[in-house]
Write a protein that binds this ligand. Structure first.
Ligand code: ADP
Length: 317
């Protein structure tokens, strides 16, 4: 069975698209190799599923160093973070996903860790308590965030490299579909790969998950090659339209257009109407709908655009 991890790109050449980012990274990686110094701390920003975690793995593998993985919400106490930091060896990578969700007191531990490669640990309590400075190995922190605006200024200023990963072009997504299909061991026709790419909302994770679902659909029907006909039938069955909008996206637009005459509608109202978490709406569904011009974010809430009205009208025809 193919594990999802095998799908992840192993080095910068496997990492498709984002050419500018890769070009800059190659220079930083080369400089760190030449100077024999750890890579500068790096912040990766971008919507879910565009390759932040994958790029962190790629960087570690290009550096030929181990990577330890954690996430903002998983670090509950300062001690959790200190325990991770003190076990890092020279040049190793610590990856913190959703770094914007670290609490302030934990974030403060990172400041001295990132800047001075040291942490202050308080021993004992009350009047007898004393602070001891522990030196750390020179490591590289890679933080990832879907909400760049929520990163505090002191944390942000400690990252020497800030990388923004955006949505992918159709050609790049098509290449990702083809590469993933070959890892899965299935054949996908060119036009079918293009169609999958077109419905992926600019996001590699969606492209791969759609490919898996189309493949499952083919397997059930005993079809071995993923062609356009199979792909179109699968999308119809899955309720994914030509824009890549699924049922949740459609319901979101319907709530704004039909229940609230185009808005503005607050995030809490949308969350209750759709039965979806606020954060998921804000971070997963909205960015694409905004980028494609279906909705606008205003200070009073979300508003449907003419394109959304036309889209919803089209559904009832
Ligand atoms: P994020 O951390 O931004 O949410 P991930 O790194 O988990 O995204 O990527 C989601 C999936 O998409 C992974 O399976 C990964 O292999 C694939 N992927 C992402 N970006 C690329 C890329 N540029 N080239 C090839 N595959 C990619």
């Amino acid at each position: 069975m193919v594990k999802l991890n095998h799908i992840r790109p192993k080095n910068l050449d496997d990492f498709i698209g984002q050419e500018k980012v890769k070009g800059t990274l190659r220079i930083f990686l080369e400089a760190s190799r030449l100077r024999n110094e750890p890579l500068d701390h790096m912040l990766l920003c971008g919507p879910p599923g565009v390759g932040k975690t994958s790029l962190a793995f790629v960087v570690a593998s290009e550096l030929n160093r181990r990577i330890k993985i954690t996430s903002g919400p998983a670090i509950e106490r300062q001690g959790d973070l200190i325990a991770m930091l003190t076990t890092l060896e020279e040049g190793e990578v610590l990856f913190i996903d959703e770094i914007h969700r670290l609490s302030r007191s934990i974030e403060e531990v990172l400041y001295s860790a990132m800047e001075d490669f040291a942490v202050d640990v308080v021993l004992g309590s009350g009047p007898g308590a004393r602070s001891v400075r522990l030196n750390l190995a020179r490591f590289t922190l890679i933080g990832a965030t879907t909400r760049e605006g929520l990163i505090s200024a002191p944390l942000r200023s400690r990252f020497g490299i800030v990388v923004k990963l955006g949505y992918y072009t159709l050609d790049e997504l098509k290449e990702i579909v083809k590469r993933s299909a070959s890892i899965f061991g299935v054949d996908v026709a060119d036009d079918a790969a293009y169609e999958i790419a077109r419905r992926s909302r600019g996001t590699p994770r969606i492209a791969i998950s759609l490919l898996r679902r189309v493949r499952d659909f083919g397997e059930v029907k005993g079809i071995r090659v993923i062609d356009l006909d199979l792909t179109m039938k699968a999308f119809e069955e899955l309720g994914i339209d030509e824009f890549g909008l699924d049922n949740v996206c459609r319901r979101l637009l319907m709530v704004i257009v039909e229940n609230y005459s185009g808005g503005p509608v607050g995030l809490d109202t949308l969350s209750i109407s759709l039965g979806e978490d606020r954060r998921t709406i804000e971070e997963v569904y909205e960015p694409f709908l905004i980028r494609e011009g279906f909705i606008k974010r205003t200070s009073k809430g979300r508003m449907a655009t003419v394109k959304a009205f036309e889209y919803i009208r089209g559904l009832s025809k």
